[in-house]
Design a protein around this ligand. Structure first.
Ligand code: KIV
Length: 248
């Protein structure tokens, strides 16, 4: 299993880092069998697994059930627990919740933005933190690309340097211009993991349901569908129904 130090070392060795979200035992097992570097139990499970419109709809209770299942399915893979909305509302609450992720087997936690004093406190307690900058789905008013204006780009760049200085072992950069993703990647020591951050980040993460084509909906412009599992699944169910009807 890759440690946070192994992941940081990949940047110096110019080795790309692969991360995918997964939310349950079966898919975590598949991701581990494929040799993924890291699995993120993203709070996107609110949308992908539970059908909510917003990631704000879920809390630690749900996250821990899914995180524990992923850890059982991928016992040899670095699993990141994603701190859900308000679970990091102050340093002590964030620490208690981060510990709960580690207690079910996660190797590290991820949190959105730079909530006041939180990353500092977690790092002082040796919690491995993956930062998340750019588009922050928990608090964003819309899902448009961030960092397009000079002011917004500067704020994201400053935040990246800040979380780097606090010792975050990596940072997700979501939906920002390629030039900004490239600039930040050169400026920080922690690996950058892009999801719509351009081609030149140190690694990439995708939402599993987009990458595996698990739904018939449009996927974000920066995502790629590598297989069409929705069609495969529907066809499998049809075959089963036919077989039942034929008393086979
Ligand atoms: O919850 C999630 O899936 C995420 C990714 C988009 C990085 O945070």
């Amino acid at each position: 299993m890759l440690t946070p130090e192994d992941i940081k070392a990949k940047k110096s060795k110019h080795e790309m880092i692969s991360m995918i979200t997964a939310y349950d035992f079966a898919f975590a097992k598949m991701a581990e069998a494929a040799g993924i570097d890291q699995i993120l139990v993203g709070d996107s499970l609110a949308n992908t697994m539970l059908g909510y419109k917003s990631t704000r709809e879920i809390g630690m209770t749900e996250m821990l059930i899914f995180a524990a299942a992923v850890c059982r399915g991928a016992p040899n893979t670095h699993v990141i627990g994603d701190m859900p909305y308000m679970s990091d509302k102050d340093p002590q609450t964030a620490y208690d919740n981060a510990r709960r992720f580690l207690d079910v087997g996660c190797s590290s936690i991820k949190l959105e933005g730079t909530p006041e004093g939180v990353i500092e406190f977690l790092r002082s307690k040796d919690i491995p933190v993956c930062a998340h900058l750019g588009l922050l789905p928990q608090t964003a008013e819309n899902f448009k690309q961030k960092g397009r204006t000079e002011e917004e780009a500067r704020a994201i760049e400053e935040a990246a340097k800040f979380v780097d200085s606090l010792g975050c072992f990596e940072m997700v950069l979501e939906h920002i211009p390629e030039e900004l993703g490239t600039k930040i990647t050169k400026e920080v020591s922690a690996p950058t993991i892009g999801i719509g951050g351009g081609k030149f980040t140190d690694g990439h993460v995708l939402v599993m349901h987009d990458a595996l084509g698990m739904h018939p909906n449009k996927i974000p412009p920066f995502a790629t569908k590598f297989v069409d599992m929705y069609s495969v699944g529907v066809q499998g169910f049809k075959n089963y129904i036919e077989s039942v009807k034929a008393r086979a």
